[in-house]
Ligand binder design. Sequence first.
Ligand code: PEP
Ligand code: MN
Length: 265
Amino acid sequence: FRYGEVSEVVVSTPNQPVIFGQNHPLVVVAGPCSVENEEMIVETAKRVKAAGAQFLRGGAYKPRTSPYAFQGHGESALELLARAKEATGLGIITEVMDTADLDKVAQVADVIQIGARNMQNFSLLKKVGATGKPVLLKRGLAATIEDWLMSAEYILAEDNPNVILCERGIRTFDRQYTRNTLDISAIPVLRSLTHLPIMIDPSHATGKSEFVLPMTMAAIAAGADSMMIEVHPNPAKALSDGPQSLTLEAFDQLMKEMVVLGKFF
Ligand code: PEP
Ligand code: MN
């Protein structure tokens, strides 16, 4: 399997080439769950950049449990991500859910995200892999490590070595106090099996902003290469995932605490 081959993922962004991998400084991806309007995405981009993030995240196409929940602004949100990129030089990470949107997403995204719910959408994996663009592959809600690595292999098999694995919490039995359970043990397990870069998303894992900082610290201690953090200028008004989103100020604080742990800057 190609997932066992030595690799690091280099992503060119307007500001700089960013390297994801074990022997490189921690990479931070931050931004709102959904791109809501120009003002909020540009403001968030500027603030997370000032705090030290290298990538802006933000959903245009959102995989929502309810068909009546906000589904993302789609194509117009991609345009807003392009403006935030122009304003800051940050790299852009955004999700593609449907192969029909792939060309449009690939035009603005420096890294294409495959969400947890699509981890085993094999036709999507093949087509995204074939673009040659870096791919962020989130772990499925109930995927084993082997399932996950096999999904990565679908992308690698398209001759695209640029896969980043993202642990975002798995389903266990407690839905009251945490949204999912962050599988910290996945980090050393993956290290023993693959050289692919490992990202941790403590926001979707916990579902609660007050638990994001301790889980970020735990993930860095366990050896994660990169972090994905949801940040919103006004979490109480967010159109999706407000409860787990950090304010801009809380994100500043988190970045300061991460510097203390080293492996950063
Ligand atoms: C997201 O990153 O906004 C998202 C929907 O994540 P996941 O696929 O991990 O639920
Ligand atoms: Mn979200």
